[in-house]
Design a binder for this molecule. Structure first.
Ligand code: F6R
Length: 605
């Protein structure tokens, strides 16, 4: 992952680089750094940890210069120390990099044999040293950069400055995103539209293998064979204003509470309540003839895919295969002719998911994506884009993107069922009115925030917590466990309630809280008996259910949910587990919005 930014400007670069890095911090926050060119001389500041540490370093030792590059790091090779922080620099070259140089060991060995010494352990340093070496051998800056690119294997987005060249910056894209921003007498490079939002909305998305030679007045683009190419420009819709937390303590809290609004917004795009119909974007293929759906995603987006499997199978009766993106393409999946592969991703940049998308595309599948970032790589490579319209999600733990993904997937499942002739117009209208109730019911659940905070206080000292659910709520149990572990660092697992007795029940004692997701549906009784089995073994049960008549005796706590129809319950039950995790993390005093070791956009495999 990592975020990169480059500016060839006409005013001091550092404040502008820092503004862009703040927008990129979601991509990683293990360390950060900037380098500037001032009168042809390169200099840099780097600091481990969050951007505030770099701010402090720059305050005590400022950097001048109107050109600069910056980086926020999610560590891959080498610990998050100052030495391993980017920019990597020699006297002549400064480099920031997002991705992994896979052949860095052999390149390092080759350079070491030529008595080139290395400062740190990162893969990126070979890029800096190679360019430096080629310049020393007399190559022009362009030839040195181009020759270096030819030596690299792996995934990279690069941004490079060269001493003595105040009006020159190079960039390259291979497997990691890089966008050109066009200014007036200035030009920029950045990992995404968000990084460039305060600088320009006139963007050029580079294609795989492209590299650019940028000056203040010109951007020359070349393809991987070094042929000059023209790439289309686009106007970014990303707002230049920094998103703030409003009255909330954390972005995650704000995003949890935004859900009734954003889910209403996304449903407004996909439903026509007056006609009682679903409006999907124009289809470049015929849904009625799709023989199989493949759903692929990572993390929370994968749990959205798992929920969707239940909807699609039950309502549309179409075979569905679901997999984690990092596993999918390596197991040689069996595609069906005319099959539709749907990739779900908040960022649209997750490398595992993008690679799986390309695998399915090469195999001739129809490609649809469900993304939040509509200018993302996935959106640009898909046949069909179904945006989730959640607005920027800043908290690293995904919340509103999840429920908006579910809203789109629910609408899609109903539309597919109709296209397949499995349901009639009246059934579609009934589903539409059920979906329409979602935002109001979500608001009712959020009104129970304090009650859930009190439950969180009871479990936040636990070392292990299990989440259980059945059927379509099993993925919600897994999502609850993921949310809890990533922000509170409490070990948590999600299980199918019926599976506990096949092993995991051995973990249960009086110190292990078990969170039951048990809406009053066809499987409720069975889930409740599983919870009784836990209580019989002294397990502490917390129940989320809309069954007013449920027996709560012996439970640690319970929270009464509003009742929704079968279609929307998984969307509703996502909320209490988000709130529970949020409050448990607040109790524990962790960094809720930027939990350790994580990043919002995972652009390495
Ligand atoms: C968890 C979380 C991650 C992401 C995963 C996929 O809260 O945010 O598990 O869901 O990294 O990211 P996207 O959806 O951007 O592909």
């Amino acid at each position: 992952m990592c975020g990169i930014i480059g500016i060839l400007g006409n005013s001091p670069a550092v404040p502008r680089l820092m503004e862009s890095l703040r927008r990129l911090e979601y991509r990683g926050y293990d360390s950060a750094g900037v380098a500037t060119l001032d009168d042809g001389i390169l200099d840099r500041r780097r600091a481990p940890g969050k951007l505030s540490a770099l701010d402090a370093a720059l305050a005590s030792e400022p950097l001048a210069g109107n050109s600069g590059i910056g980086h926020t790091r999610w560590a891959t090779h080498g610990q998050p120390t100052v030495t391993n922080a980017h920019p990597h620099m020699t006297d002549t070259v400064a480099v920031v990099h997002n991705g992994i140089i896979e052949n860095f060991k052999s390149l390092k060995a080759e350079l070491t044999a030529k008595a080139v010494s290395f400062e740190g352990e990162t893969d990126t340093e070979v890029v800096t040293r190679l360019i430096t070496q080629y310049l020393a051998e007399g190559l022009s800056p362009r030839d040195a950069f181009q020759t270096t690119l030819g030596r690299l294997q792996g995934a990279f987005a690069l941004c490079v400055l060269i001493s003595g060249n105040d009006d020159l910056m190079f960039g390259a894209r291979e497997g990691s995103p890089l966008v050109v921003g066009l200014g007036t007498g200035e030009n920029y490079l950045g990992s995404d539209a968000m990084a460039l939002a305060s600088l320009s909305n006139r963007l050029i998305y580079l294609e795989e293998g492209d590299w650019v030679e940028v000056t203040r007045n010109e951007v020359k683009t070349f393809d991987r064979n070094n042929n000059p190419v023209k790439r289309a420009g686009t106007i970014s819709q990303v707002a230049a204003t920094m998103i703030d937390k409003g009255n909330h303590r954390h972005f995650m809290q704000k995003e949890i509470f935004e859900q009734p609004t954003v889910v209403a917004q996304v449903l407004g795009r996909y439903l026509d309540p007056n006609a009682g119909t679903i409006n999907l974007p124009d289809m470049p293929f015929d849904l009625a003839t799709v023989p199989k759906i493949t759903l692929v995603a990572c993390g929370t987006s994968f749990y959205a895919a798992q929920v969707a499997r239940y909807w699609i199978e039950k309502i549309a009766r179409v075979p569905v295969e679901v997999d984690i993106a990092s596993e999918f393409r390596y197991r040689d999946p069996v595609y069906q002719d005319g099959g539709l592969a749907i990739f779900i991703s908040q960022s649209g940049e997750t490398m595992d998911t993008l690679a799986a998308l390309r695998h399915a595309k090469d195999a001739g599948q129809h490609i649809a994506v469900i993304v939040n970032v509509t200018g993302s790589s996935m959106a640009r490579e898909a046949d069909l884009v179904m945006p989730i319209h959640a607005g920027p999600e800043i908290g690293v733990a995904s919340t509103k993107a999840f429920t908006c993904q579910l809203a789109v997937l629910a609408a899609f499942s109903v539309a597919l069922a109709k296209a397949k002739g499995q349901i009639d117009d009246d059934a579609v209208t009934a589903y539409v009115s059920e979906l329409e109730r979602t935002p109001k019911l979500m608001a009712q659940i959020l009104a129970g925030d304090e009650e859930i905070a009190a439950i969180a206080a009871k479990i936040s000292n636990a070392r292990d917590i299990l989440f259980v659910g059945r059927g379509i709520h099993f993925p919600i149990a897994m999502e609850g466990a993921l949310k809890l572990k990533e922000i509170s660092y409490i070990h948590a697992e999600g299980y199918a309630a019926g599976e506990l007795k096949h092993g995991p029940i051995a973990l249960i004692d009086e110190n292990v809280p078990v969170i039951g997701i048990a809406p009053n549906d066809a499987l409720a009784e069975k889930t409740v008996s599983n919870l009784q089995e836990i209580m019989a073994r002294k397990g502490k049960v917390v129940l989320f259910s809309d069954d007013a008549a449920a027996n709560h005796e012996g439970m640690l706590a319970h929270f009464t949910m509003p009742s929704g129809g079968d279609l929307i319950t998984p969307i509703l039950y996502a909320l209490p587990v988000q709130l529970l995790s949020y409050h448990a993390a607040v109790e524990k005093g962790t960094d809720v919005d930027m939990p350790r070791n994580l990043a919002k956009s995972v652009t390495v495999e």
